[in-house]
Ligand binder design. Structure first.
Ligand code: DQA
Length: 146
């Protein structure tokens, strides 16, 4: 069993970027935490980041062949991308929507998610720990549904 952790635009700047909102942990730190957890749980895990909407869509298309599920932090594309929503709806792979910040407690435009209607569920507001929560939630979902 292998899962894909997919990160969208500007998440490569974590740690430097608005630390008051997103914390000081870097994406490399989060990647290491996810890999340690996957190793402990004896599952495969691929961790990727792209600033490119098309690259994220391509990766989602390919995931149905390679991964049992996706954890997706789509960054600001969450609030804009019908194309990402359509990509998720087009493949038979469960997706968990993830955000470091609580998107419902911020600007109005962040309350709209194009990912939410096609995701199993959403985790937001728990910072880097959300990645660990999302791995547990995805594995629990896969155990019950596959
Ligand atoms: C984010 C929330 C988005 O609104 C924002 O555009 C991001 C990060 C988060 O993880 O909190 O880039 O997805």
């Amino acid at each position: 069993k292998s899962i894909l952790v997919l990160n969208g635009p500007n998440l490569n700047l974590l740690g430097l970027r608005q630390p008051d909102v997103y914390g000081t942990v870097t994406l490399d730190n989060i990647k290491a935490q996810c890999e340690t957890k996957a190793h402990d749980l004896k599952i495969g895990l691929e961790f990727l980041q792209s600033n490119d909407e098309g690259a994220l869509i391509d990766r989602i298309h390919k995931a149905s062949a390679s991964h049992a599920g996706i954890i997706l932090n789509a960054g600001a594309y969450t609030h804009t991308s019908i194309a990402l929503m359509d990509a998720i709806a087009s493949v038979n792979v469960p997706v968990i929507e993830l955000h470091l910040s609580n998107i419902h407690a911020r600007e109005e435009f962040r309350k709209t998610s194009y990912i939410a209607p096609v995701a199993i569920g959403q985790i937001c507001g728990f910072g880097a720990y959300g990645y660990s929560l999302a791995i547990d939630a995805l594995l629990s979902y896969l155990e019950q549904n596959t």
